[in-house]
Design a protein around this ligand. Structure first.
Ligand SMILES: [Zn+2]
Length: 92
């Protein structure tokens, strides 16, 4: 078993590391490499920022979608609450 992953392996594992998909051993080796390698530290930090930014945007879009659904629900409720004044004229 290798003691230390290479920079290439670190780059490949970076997203798994951020998603916490690595085994405890892989995580430890990953961190050990980051302690000694400025290049990979920078890479992972940058990737981490990108991931959290993307996550934020996705969360905001979800919130916006929920707002839209909420508005539609409100509109439907208003329609249902309306007295049925046009009964028999336009619907049939
Ligand atoms: Zn490295």
């Amino acid at each position: 078993m290798k003691m230390m992953p290479s920079c290439r392996e670190i780059t490949e594992q970076a997203s798994d590391y951020l998603d916490q998909n690595l085994s405890p051993w892989e995580r430890a080796a990953f961190r050990m490499h980051l302690l000694m390698c400025v290049y990979c530290r920078r890479h992972v930090k940058h990737l981490g920022l990108t991931v959290s930014t993307l996550g934020k945007i996705a969360a905001e879009e979800d919130a916006r979608k929920n707002d839209d659904i909420q508005q539609i629900v409100e509109l439907i409720k208003q329609q249902l609450d309306k007295p049925t004044e046009q009964k028999g004229e336009e619907c049939r």
